[in-house]
Design a protein around this ligand. Structure first.
Ligand SMILES: Cc1cc2nc3c(=O)[nH]c(=O)nc-3n(C[C@H](O)[C@H](O)[C@H](O)COP(=O)(O)OP(=O)(O)OC[C@H]3O[C@@H](n4cnc5c(N)ncnc54)[C@H](O)[C@@H]3O)c2cc1C
Length: 393
């Protein structure tokens, strides 16, 4: 049996950041990272953007932390290796190759996986998801050979992927059950503007349409909509959300309906076991309530906090504002704050036409979120500072 002081499960940005923070505060403790993917931690966010569009881009263009870093910092990093079982009481993890690790403290950083819609034909060839580098390679290859590509969904990933494929001059449609794109985040005017921007850029939009199923013998041929239409498609990218990868902790208190519940220190109810990033359901000390975010900076910052706390040398609360950015065509949108509830009042400075504007979302007297379009890094930091000030934090 292998014994380690610290075990980090999952080699995304969260897991990599946890390793970095452990090493910053404890140079000697034995540290192991188990990562299912074959590649060292990479910039997942580029998969739907520049990496997809550049068919010559090699995986090293994406590298966030290279393998060398782990050996230099004495991290026993195992890539292409899966933790298949976790015994929380006995602090044991079993790997896919049968090895068993006994650990003192662990950080769960297993991230999310794409939601598979419960319809016929999801298993057909050419019905794909975009989560990993392997998925991006597959999409890049397949897209070139297909005449009609359908993106199912109208959220961040759906919009970014559709925009990139259009920029590659491919024929792209989007099917979304709501009347406008990014409806979860945007006010109706901004949503309508964004939707028409996609139409102007040549994306064929099927708004207000829901997916009924995929048709084909072995490979996708048509997509059925709930309204009874049949749309020809040789390739579908399904982007209907991401659910936390909780299989390892299923049926334990570390698994909840919205993620793995943690304290403000990102510790689960099992002392010494932390959960971070796309997996964690954490108390938002700035905006209030419990939250699970599926965004890059959240995973990065939570990894740093949990890693430091694991060593016992620090006791840091997670206190970041919710934040994410997205890029589609020539647009860059930064979202600061909480966009999960519809605003009661919206205030815009600037114009949609110039693609440069700042929109504040209020709920009653409380400023809840600031959307910055075409902002400079200084303007985005300014929005963060403004929201913190308004929250009195
Ligand atoms: C295409 C795409 C574009 C995105 N663009 C943006 C963006 O523009 N802005 C933004 O803020 N966010 C973006 N995101 C979201 C962002 O990438 C995620 O929030 C972030 O990667 C989460 O990091 P994580 O470490 O929590 O999880 P993940 O990145 O999901 O990493 C978890 C890792 O754990 C591994 N794992 C799971 N189970 C096991 C196991 N049992 N054993 C070993 N390993 C395991 C998984 O294989 C995975 O590699 C994007 C996501 C995608 C997919």
């Amino acid at each position: 049996m292998i014994q380690r002081d610290y075990l980090v499960i999952g080699g995304g940005i969260g897991g990599a950041s946890a390793c970095e923070a452990v090493r910053q505060h404890d140079k000697r403790g034995t540290l192991m990272l188990i990562a299912a993917e074959a590649f060292a931690p990479y910039k997942r966010w580029l998969l739907s953007k520049g990496f997809l569009r550049d068919k010559n881009a090699a995986p090293n263009k994406l590298t966030q932390v290279n393998e060398q870093w782990f050996s230099t910092h004495k991290v026993d990093a195992r890539f292409a290796t899966v933790v298949t079982q976790l015994n929380i009481d006995r602090r044991l993890a079993v790997l896919g190759n049968g090895e068993t690790i006994e650990f003192n403290k662990a950080c769960l950083a297993m991230g999310s996986r794409p939601v598979r819609p419960p319809v016929a034909g999801v298993g057909l060839g050419n019905v794909i998801y975009l989560r990993t580098l392997r998925d991006a390679f597959a999409l890049r290859e397949m897209a070139e050979h297909e005449k009609n590509i359908m993106i199912v969904g109208g959220g961040l990933l759906a919009c970014e992927t559709a925009a990139s494929l259009r920029q590659m001059k491919l024929k792209v449609s989007m099917m979304h059950r709501h009347a406008s794109l990014l409806n979860r985040y945007l006010d109706p005017d901004t949503g309508a503007w964004l939707t028409s921007y996609f139409a102007k850029n040549g994306v064929n939009l099927l708004m207000g349409e829901s997916l009924n199923g995929f048709e084909g013998k072995t490979v996708l041929r048509n997509i059925q909509t709930k309204s009874g239409s049949r749309v020809a498609a040789g390739l579908a990218v399904v982007a209907c959300g991401a659910e936390p990868n909780l299989t390892l902790v299923r049926n334990t208190p570390l698994s909840g309906p919205y993620g793995s519940p943690v304290t403000e220190y990102l510790e689960t109810e099992e002392k010494g076991i932390y959960a971070i990033g796309d997996l964690a359901f954490y108390p938002d000390r700035l905006m209030g309530g419990m939250r699970r975010q599926t965004h890059w900076e959240n995973a990065r910052d939570q990894g740093l906090v949990a890693g430091a706390n694991m060593t016992g040398k620090k006791r840091i609360r997670y206190e970041q504002l919710p934040y994410f950015w997205t890029e589609m065509f020539d647009l860059r949108l930064d979202f600061v704050g909480d966009f999960s509830l519809p605003a009661t009042r919206v205030e815009m400075n600037g114009t949609h036409a110039k693609k440069k504007f700042t929109t504040r979302y209020w709920q009653g007297e409380r400023l809840r979120g600031i959307l910055v379009s075409g902002g400079t890094p200084k303007e985005i930091e300014g929005a963060k500072a403004e929201l913190r000030e308004k929250l009195g934090k």
